[in-house]
Design a protein around this ligand. Structure first.
Ligand SMILES: Nc1ncnc2c1ncn2[C@@H]1O[C@H](COP(=O)(O)OP(=O)(O)OP(=O)(O)O)[C@@H](O)[C@H]1O
Ligand SMILES: [Mg+2]
Length: 329
Protein backbone atom coordinates (compact mmCIF):
# COMPACT_ATOMS: atom_id res chain seq x y z
CA UNK A 1 0.00 0.00 0.00
CA UNK A 2 1.18 3.52 -0.74
CA UNK A 3 2.12 5.64 2.28
CA UNK A 4 -0.39 8.18 3.58
CA UNK A 5 2.06 11.01 2.73
CA UNK A 6 1.38 10.42 -0.98
CA UNK A 7 -2.35 10.87 -0.45
CA UNK A 8 -1.62 14.15 1.33
CA UNK A 9 0.58 15.33 -1.56
CA UNK A 10 -2.25 14.54 -4.01
CA UNK A 11 -4.63 16.65 -1.96
CA UNK A 12 -2.12 19.51 -1.48
CA UNK A 13 -2.81 23.03 -2.70
CA UNK A 14 0.72 24.43 -2.61
CA UNK A 15 4.31 23.28 -2.10
CA UNK A 16 6.69 25.29 0.05
CA UNK A 17 10.43 24.96 -0.65
CA UNK A 18 12.79 26.08 2.12
CA UNK A 19 16.52 26.08 1.46
CA UNK A 20 19.55 27.63 -0.16
CA UNK A 21 19.56 30.32 -2.84
CA UNK A 22 22.75 31.43 -4.57
CA UNK A 23 24.32 32.70 -7.77
CA UNK A 24 26.37 30.20 -9.79
CA UNK A 25 29.19 31.76 -11.81
CA UNK A 26 30.52 29.03 -14.07
CA UNK A 27 33.50 29.01 -16.46
CA UNK A 28 33.65 26.04 -18.84
CA UNK A 29 36.39 24.27 -20.80
CA UNK A 30 39.10 24.98 -18.23
CA UNK A 31 42.01 22.63 -18.98
CA UNK A 32 43.53 22.70 -15.46
CA UNK A 33 43.16 24.59 -12.20
CA UNK A 34 45.69 27.42 -11.82
CA UNK A 35 48.17 27.52 -8.97
CA UNK A 36 48.24 30.54 -6.65
CA UNK A 37 49.40 33.59 -8.60
CA UNK A 38 48.59 31.99 -11.97
CA UNK A 39 45.77 32.48 -14.47
CA UNK A 40 44.14 29.92 -16.75
CA UNK A 41 41.73 30.68 -19.60
CA UNK A 42 38.46 28.81 -20.09
CA UNK A 43 35.87 29.08 -22.88
CA UNK A 44 32.18 29.69 -22.14
CA UNK A 45 30.63 31.28 -19.08
CA UNK A 46 27.29 31.59 -17.35
CA UNK A 47 25.94 33.46 -14.37
CA UNK A 48 22.68 31.95 -13.18
CA UNK A 49 20.43 32.03 -10.12
CA UNK A 50 20.79 28.61 -8.48
CA UNK A 51 20.87 26.76 -5.19
CA UNK A 52 18.78 23.65 -4.55
CA UNK A 53 15.76 25.68 -3.42
CA UNK A 54 15.72 27.83 -6.56
CA UNK A 55 16.18 24.81 -8.83
CA UNK A 56 13.44 22.78 -7.17
CA UNK A 57 11.02 25.72 -7.12
CA UNK A 58 11.57 26.56 -10.79
CA UNK A 59 11.12 22.90 -11.78
CA UNK A 60 7.80 22.72 -9.88
CA UNK A 61 6.53 26.07 -11.17
CA UNK A 62 7.38 25.15 -14.76
CA UNK A 63 5.14 22.10 -14.39
CA UNK A 64 2.27 24.13 -12.94
CA UNK A 65 2.54 23.21 -9.24
CA UNK A 66 2.00 26.35 -7.10
CA UNK A 67 5.21 26.93 -5.12
CA UNK A 68 6.47 29.35 -2.47
CA UNK A 69 10.17 29.68 -1.60
CA UNK A 70 11.39 30.31 1.95
CA UNK A 71 14.97 31.55 1.99
CA UNK A 72 17.28 34.53 2.05
CA UNK A 73 19.27 36.65 -0.37
CA UNK A 74 21.56 39.60 0.26
CA UNK A 75 20.65 43.26 -0.21
CA UNK A 76 22.55 43.43 -3.49
CA UNK A 77 22.20 43.04 -7.27
CA UNK A 78 22.59 39.24 -7.09
CA UNK A 79 19.76 39.10 -4.53
CA UNK A 80 17.50 41.12 -6.85
CA UNK A 81 18.51 38.87 -9.75
CA UNK A 82 17.43 35.72 -7.86
CA UNK A 83 14.14 37.29 -6.78
CA UNK A 84 13.35 38.51 -10.32
CA UNK A 85 14.28 35.17 -11.87
CA UNK A 86 12.07 33.19 -9.47
CA UNK A 87 9.20 35.62 -10.06
CA UNK A 88 9.64 35.31 -13.84
CA UNK A 89 9.37 31.53 -13.45
CA UNK A 90 6.06 31.94 -11.60
CA UNK A 91 7.45 31.19 -8.13
CA UNK A 92 5.94 33.03 -5.13
CA UNK A 93 8.83 34.93 -3.49
CA UNK A 94 6.87 36.33 -0.53
CA UNK A 95 9.01 34.05 1.69
CA UNK A 96 12.37 35.26 0.31
CA UNK A 97 13.82 37.78 2.77
CA UNK A 98 16.68 40.21 2.11
CA UNK A 99 19.39 40.11 4.77
CA UNK A 100 22.37 42.38 5.35
CA UNK A 101 25.47 40.93 3.71
CA UNK A 102 26.16 39.38 0.34
CA UNK A 103 24.05 36.92 -1.63
CA UNK A 104 25.79 33.51 -1.57
CA UNK A 105 27.98 32.86 -4.61
CA UNK A 106 29.37 29.59 -5.98
CA UNK A 107 32.18 29.76 -8.55
CA UNK A 108 32.21 26.63 -10.69
CA UNK A 109 35.10 25.59 -12.91
CA UNK A 110 34.34 22.92 -15.52
CA UNK A 111 36.95 20.73 -17.22
CA UNK A 112 36.49 19.88 -20.92
CA UNK A 113 35.36 16.34 -19.90
CA UNK A 114 32.66 17.80 -17.61
CA UNK A 115 34.40 17.28 -14.24
CA UNK A 116 33.89 20.26 -11.93
CA UNK A 117 35.39 22.11 -9.01
CA UNK A 118 33.38 24.53 -6.87
CA UNK A 119 34.22 27.33 -4.47
CA UNK A 120 31.34 28.69 -2.37
CA UNK A 121 30.94 31.75 -0.19
CA UNK A 122 27.77 31.48 1.90
CA UNK A 123 27.44 35.23 2.59
CA UNK A 124 24.13 36.10 4.24
CA UNK A 125 23.02 32.43 4.27
CA UNK A 126 24.95 32.04 7.53
CA UNK A 127 22.14 34.01 9.21
CA UNK A 128 19.43 31.58 8.08
CA UNK A 129 18.55 29.59 11.19
CA UNK A 130 15.57 27.66 12.50
CA UNK A 131 13.99 30.73 14.09
CA UNK A 132 14.11 32.70 10.82
CA UNK A 133 12.65 29.80 8.80
CA UNK A 134 9.86 29.36 11.37
CA UNK A 135 9.07 33.07 11.27
CA UNK A 136 8.82 33.11 7.49
CA UNK A 137 6.86 29.82 7.44
CA UNK A 138 4.27 31.36 9.73
CA UNK A 139 4.26 34.76 7.99
CA UNK A 140 3.57 33.12 4.62
CA UNK A 141 0.76 31.02 6.09
CA UNK A 142 2.64 27.72 5.83
CA UNK A 143 1.69 25.09 3.29
CA UNK A 144 0.49 21.50 3.16
CA UNK A 145 3.82 20.28 1.70
CA UNK A 146 7.22 21.46 3.00
CA UNK A 147 10.46 20.56 1.21
CA UNK A 148 13.73 21.35 3.00
CA UNK A 149 16.67 21.24 0.58
CA UNK A 150 20.36 22.14 0.50
CA UNK A 151 20.79 22.40 4.27
CA UNK A 152 24.59 21.96 4.11
CA UNK A 153 24.69 25.35 2.36
CA UNK A 154 22.89 26.89 5.35
CA UNK A 155 25.63 26.86 8.02
CA UNK A 156 23.23 28.38 10.59
CA UNK A 157 20.88 25.40 10.30
CA UNK A 158 22.46 22.29 11.90
CA UNK A 159 20.47 19.02 11.65
CA UNK A 160 18.85 19.46 15.08
CA UNK A 161 17.42 22.86 14.05
CA UNK A 162 16.32 21.48 10.68
CA UNK A 163 14.60 18.60 12.47
CA UNK A 164 12.76 20.99 14.81
CA UNK A 165 11.62 23.11 11.84
CA UNK A 166 10.32 20.02 10.03
CA UNK A 167 8.67 18.62 13.15
CA UNK A 168 6.83 21.86 13.78
CA UNK A 169 5.53 22.03 10.21
CA UNK A 170 4.48 18.40 10.41
CA UNK A 171 2.66 18.99 13.71
CA UNK A 172 0.72 21.68 11.80
CA UNK A 173 -0.36 19.12 9.21
CA UNK A 174 2.31 19.49 6.49
CA UNK A 175 3.93 16.57 4.66
CA UNK A 176 7.71 16.99 5.08
CA UNK A 177 10.26 16.19 2.38
CA UNK A 178 14.06 16.33 2.76
CA UNK A 179 16.89 16.46 0.22
CA UNK A 180 19.99 17.35 2.25
CA UNK A 181 22.48 17.37 -0.61
CA UNK A 182 26.09 16.31 -0.12
CA UNK A 183 27.97 17.10 3.10
CA UNK A 184 31.07 19.03 1.95
CA UNK A 185 32.81 17.87 5.16
CA UNK A 186 32.56 14.27 3.91
CA UNK A 187 29.92 12.91 6.32
CA UNK A 188 31.81 12.55 9.61
CA UNK A 189 30.06 10.01 11.92
CA UNK A 190 28.46 12.62 14.19
CA UNK A 191 26.96 14.47 11.19
CA UNK A 192 25.70 11.22 9.68
CA UNK A 193 24.05 10.28 12.98
CA UNK A 194 22.44 13.73 13.31
CA UNK A 195 21.08 13.68 9.75
CA UNK A 196 19.63 10.21 10.27
CA UNK A 197 17.97 11.47 13.43
CA UNK A 198 16.59 14.43 11.47
CA UNK A 199 14.92 11.98 9.07
CA UNK A 200 12.56 11.04 11.91
CA UNK A 201 10.81 14.34 11.11
CA UNK A 202 10.68 13.63 7.34
CA UNK A 203 7.85 11.84 5.54
CA UNK A 204 9.87 11.54 2.33
CA UNK A 205 13.68 11.46 1.86
CA UNK A 206 15.26 12.14 -1.55
CA UNK A 207 19.03 11.41 -1.41
CA UNK A 208 21.21 10.59 -4.38
CA UNK A 209 23.13 7.32 -4.49
CA UNK A 210 26.33 8.71 -2.95
CA UNK A 211 24.44 10.45 -0.14
CA UNK A 212 22.40 7.33 0.63
CA UNK A 213 25.61 5.27 0.69
CA UNK A 214 27.42 7.77 2.92
CA UNK A 215 24.50 7.88 5.35
CA UNK A 216 24.05 4.13 5.64
CA UNK A 217 27.32 2.41 4.76
CA UNK A 218 25.32 0.39 2.20
CA UNK A 219 26.04 0.58 -1.53
CA UNK A 220 23.44 3.28 -2.11
CA UNK A 221 20.84 1.02 -3.75
CA UNK A 222 17.72 -0.61 -2.34
CA UNK A 223 19.52 -1.70 0.84
CA UNK A 224 20.47 1.90 1.64
CA UNK A 225 16.90 3.00 0.92
CA UNK A 226 15.58 0.31 3.28
CA UNK A 227 17.97 1.46 6.02
CA UNK A 228 16.82 5.09 5.62
CA UNK A 229 13.19 3.97 5.68
CA UNK A 230 13.83 2.58 9.15
CA UNK A 231 14.88 6.09 10.29
CA UNK A 232 11.34 7.39 9.88
CA UNK A 233 10.33 8.41 6.33
CA UNK A 234 7.50 6.42 4.77
CA UNK A 235 8.99 6.84 1.27
CA UNK A 236 12.68 6.94 0.28
CA UNK A 237 13.66 7.73 -3.31
CA UNK A 238 17.29 7.31 -4.38
CA UNK A 239 18.56 9.15 -7.46
CA UNK A 240 21.03 7.00 -9.38
CA UNK A 241 22.47 9.54 -11.87
CA UNK A 242 22.76 8.04 -15.36
CA UNK A 243 21.29 4.78 -13.96
CA UNK A 244 17.81 6.21 -13.20
CA UNK A 245 16.10 6.08 -9.81
CA UNK A 246 14.55 3.74 -7.25
CA UNK A 247 12.09 3.96 -4.38
CA UNK A 248 11.31 1.99 -1.23
CA UNK A 249 8.13 2.22 0.83
CA UNK A 250 6.66 -0.34 3.21
CA UNK A 251 7.93 -3.65 1.86
CA UNK A 252 7.68 -2.42 -1.74
CA UNK A 253 10.41 -1.37 -4.15
CA UNK A 254 10.14 0.44 -7.49
CA UNK A 255 12.82 1.10 -10.08
CA UNK A 256 12.76 3.30 -13.18
CA UNK A 257 15.20 3.16 -16.06
CA UNK A 258 17.04 6.32 -17.09
CA UNK A 259 16.66 8.14 -20.39
CA UNK A 260 20.21 8.09 -21.78
CA UNK A 261 21.31 11.50 -23.06
CA UNK A 262 24.45 13.43 -23.87
CA UNK A 263 24.82 15.44 -20.65
CA UNK A 264 25.61 19.13 -21.23
CA UNK A 265 25.50 19.86 -17.49
CA UNK A 266 24.19 17.55 -14.75
CA UNK A 267 24.35 20.00 -11.81
CA UNK A 268 20.82 20.49 -10.49
CA UNK A 269 19.51 17.31 -12.13
CA UNK A 270 18.59 15.98 -8.69
CA UNK A 271 16.45 19.03 -7.94
CA UNK A 272 14.65 18.82 -11.28
CA UNK A 273 14.07 15.12 -10.66
CA UNK A 274 12.65 15.92 -7.18
CA UNK A 275 10.32 18.58 -8.59
CA UNK A 276 9.03 16.46 -11.46
CA UNK A 277 8.60 13.37 -9.27
CA UNK A 278 6.63 15.38 -6.67
CA UNK A 279 4.55 17.02 -9.40
CA UNK A 280 3.74 13.56 -10.78
CA UNK A 281 2.72 12.23 -7.35
CA UNK A 282 0.60 15.34 -6.86
CA UNK A 283 -1.06 14.67 -10.23
CA UNK A 284 -2.08 11.20 -9.04
CA UNK A 285 0.57 8.97 -10.64
CA UNK A 286 1.73 5.90 -8.66
CA UNK A 287 5.32 5.82 -7.33
CA UNK A 288 6.87 3.85 -10.23
CA UNK A 289 5.40 6.20 -12.86
CA UNK A 290 6.42 9.24 -10.82
CA UNK A 291 10.04 7.97 -10.90
CA UNK A 292 9.80 7.63 -14.67
CA UNK A 293 8.40 11.18 -14.94
CA UNK A 294 11.30 12.43 -12.79
CA UNK A 295 13.91 10.58 -14.88
CA UNK A 296 12.48 11.93 -18.14
CA UNK A 297 12.35 15.49 -16.76
CA UNK A 298 15.93 15.32 -15.46
CA UNK A 299 17.20 13.87 -18.75
CA UNK A 300 15.75 16.88 -20.62
CA UNK A 301 17.35 19.24 -18.12
CA UNK A 302 20.84 17.69 -18.28
CA UNK A 303 20.97 17.66 -22.08
CA UNK A 304 20.07 21.35 -22.41
CA UNK A 305 22.45 24.26 -22.06
CA UNK A 306 19.69 26.90 -21.82
CA UNK A 307 15.94 27.18 -21.15
CA UNK A 308 16.50 24.00 -19.21
CA UNK A 309 13.41 23.38 -17.06
CA UNK A 310 11.06 21.05 -18.96
CA UNK A 311 7.30 21.38 -19.37
CA UNK A 312 4.85 18.52 -18.82
CA UNK A 313 4.31 18.22 -22.58
CA UNK A 314 8.06 17.80 -23.17
CA UNK A 315 8.33 15.19 -20.42
CA UNK A 316 5.33 13.24 -21.69
CA UNK A 317 6.75 13.31 -25.23
CA UNK A 318 10.02 11.86 -23.95
CA UNK A 319 8.19 9.12 -22.04
CA UNK A 320 6.06 8.35 -25.11
CA UNK A 321 9.24 7.96 -27.18
CA UNK A 322 9.94 4.82 -25.14
CA UNK A 323 6.69 3.18 -24.00
CA UNK A 324 6.79 0.84 -21.01
CA UNK A 325 9.89 2.36 -19.41
CA UNK A 326 8.42 2.34 -15.87
CA UNK A 327 9.12 -0.87 -13.94
CA UNK A 328 8.59 -2.26 -10.49
CA UNK A 329 5.84 -1.35 -7.98
N1 LIG B 1 23.86 11.52 -17.47
C1 LIG B 1 22.54 11.38 -17.26
N2 LIG B 1 21.74 10.84 -18.22
C2 LIG B 1 20.41 10.70 -18.04
N3 LIG B 1 19.79 11.03 -16.90
C3 LIG B 1 20.52 11.56 -15.90
C4 LIG B 1 21.93 11.77 -16.02
N4 LIG B 1 22.39 12.31 -14.88
C5 LIG B 1 21.30 12.46 -14.07
N5 LIG B 1 20.18 12.00 -14.69
C6 LIG B 1 18.82 12.00 -14.14
O1 LIG B 1 18.77 12.95 -13.10
C7 LIG B 1 18.41 12.32 -11.88
C8 LIG B 1 19.14 12.99 -10.75
O2 LIG B 1 20.53 12.95 -11.00
P1 LIG B 1 21.59 12.56 -9.86
O3 LIG B 1 21.36 11.17 -9.42
O4 LIG B 1 22.90 12.91 -10.41
O5 LIG B 1 21.10 13.52 -8.68
P2 LIG B 1 21.98 14.51 -7.79
O6 LIG B 1 23.32 13.88 -7.55
O7 LIG B 1 21.16 14.86 -6.61
O8 LIG B 1 22.14 15.75 -8.75
P3 LIG B 1 22.65 17.20 -8.36
O9 LIG B 1 23.22 17.13 -6.99
O10 LIG B 1 23.66 17.54 -9.42
O11 LIG B 1 21.43 18.05 -8.47
C9 LIG B 1 18.72 10.86 -12.03
O12 LIG B 1 17.92 10.07 -11.18
C10 LIG B 1 18.42 10.66 -13.52
O13 LIG B 1 17.03 10.48 -13.71
MG1 LIG C 1 21.18 16.26 -5.06
Amino acid sequence: MEPAAIGSIRASRRVCVAGNLCIDLVIRNVPALPGWGQEVAGRGQSLVPAGQAANLARALARLGTPVTVIGAVGEDDFGRMIRDDLTAHGVDVSGVVSLPGATPVTVGVVRPDGERAFISEFGCAAAVDGALLNRIWEATGGSDVLCLVGQFNLPGLPPGAAQAFLARARAGGAVTIVDTGWDPAGWPPEMTAAIREELAAADIALPNRDEAAAMTGEDGGVEAAAALLADGPSLVVVKLGEKGSLARYGDQAAFADPYPVEAADAVGAGDVFDGAMLHALRSGLPVGEALTFGNAAASLYVERARDRFPTSAEILARIASRPGSGRGQ
